[in-house]
Write a protein that binds this ligand. Structure first.
Ligand SMILES: [Fe+2]
Length: 279
């Protein structure tokens, strides 16, 4: 089974880039599932409903998210509560009997008689929000799913995790901690595709960042000119604009996992430069 994974889609450019490319990429790679981190989909912030609705036309199976997931909560709420919702949020925000958040932190998606569990987690380190320990949360989710498998209530073919975070040490320890329980752990949020794909002692694979889809002449999608005064004066009050450069960089990863053993067989990292004028 193959999964095509994209990291953070930034702002306006992703809508042009992914919508134009997804059909040919699906034709070329023939993935069973397409999973995309969508937390920067609306001007670098969490998506609005209008942008999520575009998703249904471009055949993405599931969107993961991160620290920006509640940025446009009010606008997005009707979508989140609808049956069409294709987005999960980090599973390790605090919830209690006193306050429950909308939205799921993990989901099993199914296609062609194959089932994939996708878990989304957020780091505690250098992120704005205070979250429950992501290692313990992953352990709790996997144990509860395992219980359902043993009871015969569900079947699974694979497990992958989007661990949204800043610090590489947490990724690596997550791999060590969840070794043999998860097929593939990938990172998002640091935006640059890394070359540290690594298989653990038992078989869990890791890539600490799958990279993002962004305008080439930009700083993670932000226009150089609008950042000029910030960098040269140190004053941070000036508004950051999106880059509208028509050259853009798409990063993605194709992961192949054995259907029987849940082990990763291969991982292919791709970085491509495209130009919107070619269409
Ligand atoms: Fe993020």
């Amino acid at each position: 089974m193959k999964v095509l994974i994209f990291g953070d889609l930034f702002g306006r450019i992703w809508r042009n880039a992914l919508i134009k490319e997804i059909s040919s990429l699906k034709e070329k790679y023939k993935p069973d599932f397409v999973v995309v981190n969508g937390e920067n989909m609306t001007s670098g912030r969490g998506p609005i409903e209008k942008h999520m609705n575009l998703v249904h036309d471009i055949w993405v199976d599931l969107f993961t998210s991160g620290d920006h997931c509640f940025d446009n909560e009010k606008n997005l709420l009707p979508y989140l509560e609808s049956e069409d919702c294709k987005m999960i949020r980090p599973a390790n925000f605090y919830e209690s009997e006193y306050y429950q958040l909308p939205w799921e932190g993990y989901r099993i998606i199914e296609k062609n008689w194959k089932k994939l569990l996708v878990i989304n987690l957020l780091s505690e380190t250098f992120t704005r929000d205070h979250v429950y320990n992501p290692f313990l949360k992953a352990d709790e989710i996997l144990k509860s799913i395992n219980k359902k498998i043993i009871e015969g209530n569900i079947k699974l073919n694979w497990v992958i995790i989007d661990f949204h975070k800043e610090v590489a040490s947490e990724w690596y320890w997550m791999q060590e901690f969840l070794d043999w329980r998860v097929s593939f752990i990938f990172g998002t949020h640091t935006h640059i595709q890394t070359n540290d794909d690594n298989i653990s002692e038992w078989w869990t694979w890791l890539l600490s960042d799958v990279g993002m889809v962004w305008a080439q002449k930009s700083i993670i999608g932000s226009d150089f000119g609008s950042l000029k005064k910030r960098f040269l004066t140190g004053i941070q009050k000036w508004k950051i604009e999106q880059s509208l450069d028509k050259n853009y960089i798409m990063n993605w990863v194709l992961v192949e996992i054995d259907d029987e053993t849940m082990r990763c067989i291969s991982i292919e990292k791709i970085k491509k430069l495209w130009n919107l004028d070619n269409y």
